[in-house]
Design a protein. Structure first.
Length: 204
């Protein structure tokens, strides 16, 4: 009799074990299906159909580009003009204030950005380092050859193209305005494409 009971108990344990294994299997399937669904929804929201910031409406590789720009910090702001031109494999630019006095020149290559002829108010190593890094990121945001490109998150925000990376975000609207926010440094740049000026008549 005891042998019979022992056989029944073993059979019950085997059934329970089979049920648990089956339950675990289906739970794993449901979890993977759920994760897949969430992942596809997130990708659908994050990946914009037209992910590029520097569309032909915003920047030309052949002609000089002109922008109205506002650089804001927690204490000061600079309003002026930026003239940008591609020269071979590098970008050359000049930032001028509203009185057409030069604030600084800059050169952006595939490796770095360098500021030149910087006015005394900004001629501090930490300011130049931050602005140069921001310009490098901004100019190369659509360049797949830079190291940070694969880590960019691109998405739609109120009908605008947006790109984020760590504490930086770039938002490009259909109104000819690109906003670049560096929240870590408390900096904000607003670039507005200008069509009323002929940048080819401006010295760069």
């Amino acid at each position: 009799m005891f042998d019979r009971l022992h056989q029944i108990a073993n059979a019950c344990r085997m059934v329970c074990q089979t049920v648990r294994q089956t339950a675990y299997f289906y739970c794993a399937i449901l979890l993977m299906a759920g994760c897949s669904s969430v992942k596809s929804v997130v990708n659908g929201d994050m990946q914009a159909p037209d992910p590029f910031v520097w569309t032909p409406e915003f920047r030309s590789d052949e002609q000089k580009n002109s922008y109205r720009i506002v650089m804001k910090t927690t204490k000061n702001s600079i309003t002026g003009l930026v003239f940008l031109k591609k020269n071979g494999d590098k970008w050359q630019g000049t930032l001028m204030n509203e009185m057409m006095a030069k604030v600084f020149d800059f050169i952006v290559t595939d490796e770095k950005c360098e500021l030149l002829n910087v006015i005394s108010m900004m001629d501090k190593w930490y300011i130049k380092k931050t602005v140069a890094a921001d310009l490098f990121f901004f100019i190369h945001i659509d360049n797949p050859d830079v190291s940070f490109y694969k880590n960019l998150k691109r998405f739609k925000q109120d009908g605008k193209r947006a790109v984020s990376y760590k504490k930086k975000q770039v938002i490009a609207g259909q109104d000819g305005v690109i906003r670049f926010i560096n929240s870590r440094r408390g900096l904000q740049y607003e670039w507005r494409k200008m069509v009323e000026l002929d940048p080819d008549k401006m010295l760069l």
